[in-house]
Write a protein that binds this ligand. Structure first.
Ligand code: ASP
Length: 323
């Protein structure tokens, strides 16, 4: 009898599953989850592996709904740990969404690769092994990202480099754990508040503050069918006076979240008092995103509005307080 723990791998594509193809230049997603485990024979030393390919795409093409289905499959797969292999481009967003929805007891670990399997120094196999060790660790959090032997919390993790194998970072917070010598070590993390899985997500736009921008794009938001807007302000959450006026109008109609285009740190709430700074914007009805990036704030708002929750502000703030 095999008494090794059971590990489920769901493949979604990404660089970890890419290979050269006949139709032209570059690599494309083509390796199945089975191909990935065949190329990482050490996985079977630590677990009984089941692999399933759910899709083979670049991660720019993943949808919120696919992440909802992924969570449901992971909840029902009766494994001791679950790994999701996908493209790194959107991993910080998919892992963040899964962390808001996933109710399973087996840890759900996202991993991928910065280099495709045929490149020198390809990192997919090592990432898969580190992800497997993490997924089977008794101390693993509900959802995390494992890349380059580091374990990151979905709230904080971001892809910070286009090509380096150490591309994934958690600014200020740092990783929540490491893998070394086949051993996993964690620092404790707070549990995430969970949401029901929505039948639909509400469309939420994300716009950035830009120097000397006339803000015409802001004028299109109310007519474009968006249910909410996230604005990435300058610095601690600031926009020009002209855009502040436009945001005041938008916030009368739909929820508007104030985040920062800066990579790390909180949006302020009570420091700067000039027009267009955070105090003015919050008085105009915007809600601060705390330390959440604009991208993640967009996903959270889209989920809350999609669920039609009565007090969207309170729901949003409940998550922000954890981050
Ligand atoms: N460059 C990406 C990756 O790391 C492509 C993608 O996100 O699918 O997988």
């Amino acid at each position: 009898m095999n008494d090794k723990p059971e590990l489920q791998i769901f493949g979604l594509g990404g660089t970890i599953a890419m290979a050269p193809h006949q139709e032209g230049a570059g690599v494309r997603p083509s390796l199945t989850a089975d191909d990935l485990i065949k190329a990482a024979p050490e996985l079977s030393d630590i677990a009984q592996i089941r692999a399933e390919t759910l899709s083979l795409k670049g991660s720019a093409n993943l949808s919120f709904q696919e992440i909802v289905s992924l969570c449901e499959r992971a909840e029902n797969c009766r494994s001791d740990g679950v790994i999701v292999t996908q493209g790194t481009d959107t991993m910080e967003e998919t892992a963040f969404l899964a962390n808001l929805l996933y109710e399973g007891s087996a840890p759900l670990v996202f991993t991928g690769a910065m280099r495709s399997p045929t490149q020198p120094g390809a990192d997919g196999r090592a990432n898969l092994l580190a992800a497997a060790l993490t997924a089977l660790s008794p101390d693993a959090p509900s959802v995390c990202v494992v890349m380059n032997d580091e374990i990151h919390h979905p709230y904080y993790v971001t892809k910070a480099h286009t090509s380096n194998v150490a591309a994934f970072q958690s600014p200020i917070r740092g990783p929540i754990g490491q893998v070394a010598e086949n051993t996993v070590n964690f620092h404790p993390v707070r549990p995430a508040p969970l949401f029901q899985k929505p039948r639909k997500f509400a469309p939420v736009a994300l716009l950035s503050a830009l120097l000397d921008d006339d803000g015409n794009l802001f004028d299109t938001i109310l007519g474009a069918g968006y249910a909410g807007l996230v604005v990435e302000g300058f610095g601690a959450g600031h926009v020009s006076e002209a855009i502040a006026e436009k945001l005041a109008v938008i916030a009368k109609d739909i929820p508007v979240i104030l985040s920062s285009r800066v990579r790390a740190g909180s949006v302020f709430e009570r420091t700067y008092g000039y027009r267009g700074a955070e105090i003015d914007l919050l008085n105009k009805g915007l809600v601060p995103a705390g330390r959440l990036s604009g991208r993640k704030a967009r996903i959270l708002l889209s989920l809350i509005l999609g669920l039609g929750l009565e007090d969207w502000r309170a729901e949003f703030v409940q998550v922000i307080k954890q981050v």
